[in-house]
Write a protein that binds this ligand. Structure first.
Ligand SMILES: [Zn+2]
Length: 213
């Protein structure tokens, strides 16, 4: 059973990485057996509390998927990424019944432009797959886009960019973002959650990069 519909006949689904039109038995987001990410797991940051999967391929398939996910909602791509991440989280991290997933929120400006907060949507799908709660906890108050700034400016920029809107006291949290660059943003969000009483906050991301996003 394939996941095709009438739109697929008009706009044939293409591999989000290499762009080739998918054969009937292939299902987005990637062509079968050619463009697959080779997930590598890495711990980093203070006390190894950052966890990331990233793609070891030189022409990163994960990068193509994340870029595509940032710009538009493609249900098959989102489902694929969420399923992969849920499986990887379950195999590598301690997930309790009361663990909640929280996302780093996208700026309101970006959300308006693209119509999507990719980390929020992915977090909800991952939570559903893992049968744990998603919690909408952090607010992005608005600031300069991080990618326009250097490392020092990024740290200053995030200092006052986020706030908490719901109680997180005693919660075990997986803090998710689709990409970690310097880590300044996600680290600030982690500090905020801990400051407001979260029991434990583990950072998790699909990609770790040096700023090319
Ligand atoms: Zn491909």
């Amino acid at each position: 059973m394939t996941d095709m519909n009438i739109l697929d006949l008009i706009y044939p689904p293409k591999c989000v990485h290499c762009g080739s039109i998918l054969r009937e038995k292939e299902i987005e987001p990637l062509c079968d057996g050619i463009c697959f990410p080779k997930w590598v797991f890495e711990k980093f940051g203070i006390n190894d509390n950052y966890l990331a999967y990233y793609d070891k391929n030189a022409n990163s398939v994960a990068r193509s998927m994340v870029l595509k996910a940032k710009n538009s909602y493609n249900s098959r791509l989102y489902r694929y990424l969420a399923d992969e991440m849920a499986e990887l989280i379950a195999s590598r991290m301690r997930v309790y019944n009361d663990t909640v997933i929280v996302n780093v929120p996208r700026s309101k400006k970006k959300k308006r432009e693209t119509g999507i907060d990719q980390a929020e949507r992915l977090s909800k799908l991952i939570a559903k797959k893992l049968k744990i709660q998603y919690a909408n906890v952090l607010i992005h108050k608005g600031n300069t886009q991080q990618k326009l700034l250097n490392a020092q400016e990024r740290i200053e920029n995030v200092e006052n960019a986020y706030e908490i809107k719901n109680n997180v006291t005693g919660k075990n949290i997986i803090l998710f973002d689709d990409v970690i660059t310097t880590g300044a943003t996600i680290n600030k969000c982690r500090e905020l959650l801990l400051h407001f009483g979260a029991k434990d906050v583990t950072i998790f991301s699909i990609c770790r990069t040096k700023g090319e996003y």
